[in-house]
Design a protein around this ligand. Sequence first.
Ligand SMILES: Cc1cc2nc3c(=O)[nH]c(=O)nc-3n(C[C@H](O)[C@H](O)[C@H](O)COP(=O)(O)OP(=O)(O)OC[C@H]3O[C@@H](n4cnc5c(N)ncnc54)[C@H](O)[C@@H]3O)c2cc1C
Length: 386
Amino acid sequence: MSDPNRKARIVLAGAGHCHAEVLRRSKLFTSRGHSVTVISPDLDHVYSGMAPGLLAGSWSRRDASLPVAELARRGGVEFIQDRVTGLDPAGKAIRCRDHSPIRYDVLSVNLGSETTLPASSETRMWPSKPVRSLVDAAARLESLLRERTSGADPVEVAVVGGGFSGIELAANAASFLGDRGVVTIYTRALAPSLTDHPPCMRYVRRALDRLGIRVREGVRVDPTTLVADVVLVATGITPPAVLREFNVPLAPDGALPVDRFLRVSGEEDVFAVGDCATFLPVPLPRVGVFAVRQQPVLIHNLLARAEALREAGGLENNDTVSSLTGHQASHSDHGLISFQATGPYLRGMNLGPRRGLLFRGRWVLTGAPAWHLKALIDRGFIRRYR
Ligand SMILES: Cc1cc2nc3c(=O)[nH]c(=O)nc-3n(C[C@H](O)[C@H](O)[C@H](O)COP(=O)(O)OP(=O)(O)OC[C@H]3O[C@@H](n4cnc5c(N)ncnc54)[C@H](O)[C@@H]3O)c2cc1C
């Protein structure tokens, strides 16, 4: 039996790439009578594609952030400034650090990933993830440069990890400091994912060399032992530790396991997207591109699930939801659509102002054109939300 007065409460845990789009398109939900609540510790979301450029001063925090609280306000979404601390799936409630437990009918989790710092980490240490920490690292570099008046006392930066993030952070810090800084990368291997792309690898090595960055390869270091003013830790990412408080079985990598509908295994009303989810049908790289590709599927499925809760059985609404989101679902899928993780994607590196690398398959673009094209794509993404 359909009850037009029964509306669903949709709760968004975290305001990452996917949820920013749910906020932008929240009228799809609110116009059908559903309510949307988002929980985020911050009023803005620093966009990782532009975060390395914060270190070089290429852009301000505002330029590189999605205004999630503002998007919520504009879309009639309740914004709760808080940190998620756990989940009670049986009671259908999400726990927060300060707020009392928040009840949901349909929940979506978009909490990103973290870089683990050593247990005895110090204030001179910043992780690459969450990228928000790079806002503070950039401010620290600026203040160190102001304090050190003489070039004889250079600002020393150590970057631990030589993957894409570590290289981007090192190149942008070195560009900012110029000859008043010394930047060293400590890594077991430099850009391992570029070994199959010799031209890209050659370009990256040349760029690091031109910036005067020292690369210590074949080493495994304890960041706490490094002598440096600033230590940037880019040793890879793990799903957020808070997921261990979610009272649901996790994937072996510690993330929330999701099926082809982006639904958490065994939980009909809980979805998870982006870095905090492990897509069970095929392994997905943990890059923002996939979080963005999941946006339309998440939106459709949240709406389909909310409508299904309003309608007994829920299948009658397939046509309505499809006409609103533009995606067709088959009745056997209970109105949900599958995420198709297909296709190669454009990969890129910001190697400091007007120095970049973009490649997709065998296609490669380097130097200023690559930097400008990446900046154009990234700024376009931010503009959608402003
Ligand atoms: C330096 C760097 C550069 C990168 N550049 C690129 C790039 O150019 N292109 C690309 O495709 N990928 C890039 N990546 C990878 C990219 O950052 C991730 O894959 C992407 O951010 C995943 O998006 P997400 O929405 O899952 O998570 P995130 O973007 O991390 O968003 C998660 C959100 O959850 C919030 N959150 C976290 N914990 C809590 C909590 N307990 N309660 C409430 N909210 C919480 C955070 O504040 C954040 O807003 C880069 C990564 C790094 C480290």
